[in-house]
Design a binder for this molecule. Sequence first.
Ligand code: T4K
Length: 431
Amino acid sequence: MNFRWISERRRPIIPMSIVEHSLNLAKSTIAELALFGGQPSFEEALHVGRPNIGDRTRLLDRFNQILDSRCLTNDGPFVKEFEQRIAELVGVKHCIAMCNGTVALEIAIRALGMTGEVIVPSFTFIATAHALQWQGITPVFCDIDPRTHTLDPNKVENLITPRTTGVIGVHVWGHTCNIDALAEITARHGLKLIFDAAHAFACSYKGRMIGSFGNAEVFSFHATKFFNTLEGGAVVTNDDELAMKLRWMRNFGFTGYDKVSYLGTNGKMNEISAAMGLTSLEGLDEFIAVNRLNYLRYREELRDVAGAQVLTYDETETCNYQYIVLALDEAVTRIVSRDELWRILSAENVMARRYFYPGCHRMEPYRSNLPGLRLPETDRLAERVLCLPTGTAVTESDIHIICQLLKLIIGNAGEVRQLLDGLGTSFASAL
Ligand code: T4K
């Protein structure tokens, strides 16, 4: 396998030979941690969501074609090709490319005629809830199944009221929802069902690619996703009528040259984004291979760390391995909280992310609208997970150093606690 796309630019302060000499070079005492006065492990920040970039020559060639043709947007040839390629890959009849995942969700929700109340998880990116509230639909937050991190179908049914028009499941981390159960419940109650598949591009459920379930599924191709179009998204569906409506709504509701038949918006993807998408598609297998390798490295290195697990992917399915999710046990968080661990890593220039903290129900406007709403599984999970850097911008030695740090901190949690307490209230209030 050719790893030329792995970034050579950023180097850890500890040399690349760390893999062979890690025992001598990695931090071995708590006092060496940057938060307590040591040198940061990395001189440049190491991010979750550093974009994967495909073949630059191909990309620039496409950009030049766009500039030469002066066809920049409005359903141009690259967007058409991109939509066709995505539809083929996912195995659906229609792909309607959009300017981002949030607008794609908004348009899908409106095109399906959702109104009143729609049931969604709170353990998701805020865009899922906002896409409803933005158009006056009440998101009704449902708790998750802690094993899958996705909607708990048993709890969905209890939330259905006469005002409910639909359910939006979110395939968090590319872990698919219990699609069969949600399909059965929504069919029985005559509700629409869509999936926010922002994390699940190139994943499968029971051997079938994500994209063809429910009334429609929505992808995000944002820069931070493993497959990106700079900004972008898409709605995919097998429903011919819905697809046509989505196309019209994406383009101000125009159904003919001077004819507007619907309330619409501007949700179009531009040609530059489509060109990025086509180039990213050519790198897709490589991106997934790197993600998988990173995932296996993290798992292997953290295998024996008591109290912290790397969330596993079901290898019998197709996965994109896009997120490395570290789940901490209460045995650890009772001594050093997830947020404290996050701060310690940040000081090392390891910019781990607390996705999705806090749950949507604890953010505005929902927090004020829904005082006292309790979602115990969501709250518990949101307080103990941490996403770690991965993707083609992360090297084997980066992962090794991050894992060494985690082992050092978690393995010496008591000592870390004492030093944290020594930092006093200014540290605690900064969390
Ligand atoms: N549904 C779900 C379940 C989602 O996760 C998302 C988006 C959506 C819907 C909506 O789709 P879009 O409308 O976004 O297409 C990021 C992304 O902005 C967001 O797309 C994503 N989910 C969410 C999970 O993560 P932030 O606020 O964490 O992004 P940000 O800007 O902090 O970026 C993360 C890190 O990535 C940065 O610290 C540095 C690095 N980065 C980022 C960008 C944009 C780069 O290195 N280069 C870049 O160009 O939300």
